[in-house]
Design a protein around this ligand. Structure first.
Ligand code: KG4
Ligand code: ZN
Length: 351
C-alpha cells in the first residue's frame, strides 16, 4: 500500500510517500521537508500568517519532489493523507485542501490525519512497536503522556497545565538571547554550562497524577537571569544547564509516574515511546532510557528527523487508517484544536 502524506500544521512544509507492506512493516520511500524557520527567526517564534503563505508557495513543489524521488505517480497511490489538525488553521487549510484536490482528481481515499496521532504512531513505522504502548509526546505545542491502545484508541494519562516543554525551551532561548528554535540552542549551551550553579524549582515532582507544569520554572529562570544581568557567555551556558537539568528531573519523575499509571490501568506496556521535537534532546533521551528500565520496559525513540514534524508520519498514520477502513470524506474539516482522544469519534461521525 502506497500513501502520500502532507504536513502543514506549523512551520514545516512536508510531503512524503510511505509504503505499508502486507506484514504491517513500514517503509519510507520519499520524505521531503522544507523548514520555514529562517522566515520566522526574526520574530522569535512562528508567525501564523507568514506560515500559511509560505505553505501555499511551496507545497506543490514539495509534493512534486516527493513524487519524483519515489518514482511514482498519483495513479499508483492507495490514498492521500493530510494533517487536518491540531495546529495553525491557515496552514492546515492549505495542506488539507491540496490533499482533497488530489484525492478527488485521482479518485483515491482521503485520510484527514490528527497530527498528534501521527506522532503517536511513528514508532510503528520505524520500529514496528506493537500495541499497547506508553507514549511521551513532547513538542513545541504538546507535553502529554498517552496510553496508545490501538489506532484511534488513545487515553491521555497526563498533560501540561501550562507551557509545553518545547515552548519552555524556546522561551528560555529567547530570554537568554539565543536563536529560534530554542531547543537545540539551549541544549548546545547546556553542554558547556554548570548545572548546579543555580537552584531552580522542579514543579510537580512527586505528584500522584503524571501532569507537568513549566511556567514556575520559566519564571524562576528569568529571576535568576535578572539578578546577574548583564549576562556573560558563561552565565548563559550555566543558566541553560540548570534549566535543562531541572527539565530532565521533572521528565524522569513525571514519566515514571505515567508508566506506573499505565501499568495499573492497562497492564505492561510493550515499550515507552517518545515522539515530538523535544525527543531529539540527548539529556532527555538518556533520562527516559533510565526511567524505562526502572519500569521494566524499554525506550523506543525514532530518529531525530522523524521526531520533529515530517510528512512520513502523516503518510504512515494514513496507511494505518486506510488498512483498517478508517477513511474520510471530502467534507473533512480542518481543526485548530483536536484532542487525540477524539480521533475515533471523528472517524465514526456520519459521512
Ligand atoms: O514536534 P516539533 O517539530 O513541532 C511541534 O511543536 O509540533 O517540535 C518543535 C519543538 C520546539 O519547541 C523546539 O525547540 C523543540 O521541539 N526542540 C528541542 C530540541 N530540538 C527541538 N527541545 C529541546 N532540545 C532539543 N535538542
Ligand atoms: Zn509536531
Amino acid at each position: 500500500m502506497l500513501v502520500l502524506g502532507i504536513e502543514t500544521t506549523c512551520d514545516e512544509t512536508a510531503a512524503a510517500i510511505v509504503r505499508r507492506h502486507e506484514d504491517g512493516r513500514g517503509e519510507i520511500v520519499a520524505n521531503i521537508i522544507l523548514s520555514q524557520s529562517a522566515e520566522h527567526a526574526a520574530y522569535g517564534g512562528v508567525v501564523p500568517e507568514i506560515a500559511a503563505r509560505a505553505h501555499v508557495e511551496v507545497l506543490d513543489l514539495t509534493i512534486a519532489e516527493a513524487m519524483v524521488k519515489a518514482g511514482t505517480s498519483f495513479e499508483a497511490l492507495d490514498g492521500v493523507a493530510a494533517a487536518a489538525g491540531p495546529g495553525l488553521i491557515g496552514g492546515i487549510i492549505v495542506g488539507l485542501t491540496m490533499a482533497k484536490a488530489i484525492a478527488l482528481v485521482v479518485e483515491k481515499p482521503l485520510v484527514a490525519v490528527n497530527h498528534l496521532e501521527a506522532h503517536a504512531l511513528t514508532a510503528r513505522l520505524t520500529d514496528a512497536v506493537a500495541f499497547p504502548y506508553c507514549l511521551f509526546l513532547v513538542s513545541g505545542g504538546h507535553t502529554q503522556i498517552v496510553a496508545v491502545l490501538d489506532v484511534g484508541r488513545y487515553v491521555r494519562l497526563g498533560t501540561t497545565l501550562d507551557d509545553a516543554i518545547g515552548e519552555a525551551f524556546d522561551k528560555t532561548a529567547k530570554l537568554l538571547g539565543l536563536g529560534y528554535p530554542g531547543g537545540p540552542e539551549v541544549e548546545r549551551e547546556a553542554a558547556r554550562g554548570e548545572a548546579t550553579r543555580f537552584a531552580l524549582p522542579r514543579p510537580m515532582l512527586g505528584r500522584d497524577e503524571p501532569d507537568f507544569s513549566l511556567s514556575g520554572l520559566k519564571t524562576a529562570l528569568r529571576l535568576e537571569a535578572e539578578k546577574i544581568a548583564p549576562l556573560s557567555d558563561q552565565d548563559v551556558a550555566d543558566l541553560c544547564a540548570a534549566f535543562q537539568r531541572a527539565v530532565v528531573d521533572v521528565v524522569a519523575d513525571r514519566v515514571l509516574t505515567g508508566l506506573r499509571a499505565f501499568r495499573r490501568r492497562f497492564g505492561a506496556p510493550t515499550a515507552l515511546v517518545v515522539a515530538g521535537g523535544v525527543a531529539v534532546n540527548q539529556a532527555i533521551r538518556r533520562a527516559l532510557e533510565t526511567v524505562a528500565g526502572m519500569a521494566d520496559t524499554s525506550l523506543v525513540a525514532p530518529p531525530a528527523e522523524l521526531c520533529t514534524d515530517n510528512g512520513a508520519m502523516i503518510a504512515w498514520a494514513g496507511a494505518e487508517r486506510i488498512f483498517r477502513g478508517m477513511t474520510d470524506t471530502l467534507a473533512a474539516s480542518p481543526r485548530a484544536r483536536w484532542p487525540l482522544e477524539e480521533t475515533l469519534a471523528a472517524e465514526k461521525a456520519p459521512a
